[in-house]
Design a protein. Sequence first.
Length: 190
Amino acid sequence: MKTTLFAAALALVGTGAIAEPAKYTLDSSHSQILFSYDHIGFSTTWGMFSGFAGEIMFDEADPAASSVSVSMPLSSMFTGWEARTGHFMSPDFFDAKGDEVVSFTSTGIEVTGDKTAVITGDLSLNGVTKSVALDAVLNKADTHPMANKAWLGFDATTTLLRSDFGLGAFAPAVSDEVEVKISIEAAAAE
């Protein structure tokens, strides 16, 4: 029952049977990834990625066979302070040259409730690829009132260890754990 409800919501109830997966393209202007970490116990420091690209392939008949892929240039990271961003790009952390890409490609989806799922996938960051699990929530599946086409909205969360991706400098004073919050919108592809 739960799988059926989740599938129906994602497939936009009433649009009829879909013979093959439906493609949705991320709306870059309404998709963000926020990250936060503890800074020596004094504060929580935040950063963000925005304007990234990706797609969702949704299989109404078998939601677990759906997929998501997202990528963004590391240079799109925003920390709110130019010196912090520069430090992140230094040899202490990313040792970035400017063309590095962060990507996530799903490897499995487990529907866990009417509007929830765990999306497992490969996160490639700083030259390292690790499996991560995202706790995802379907916010809305409907016709977008301004675009006049099928639209999806999701939120997801996970916790990463910086050290898993070769970014563990200054841990544990600066927390190794990074909390990640994701919010995306996706439009039915033309």
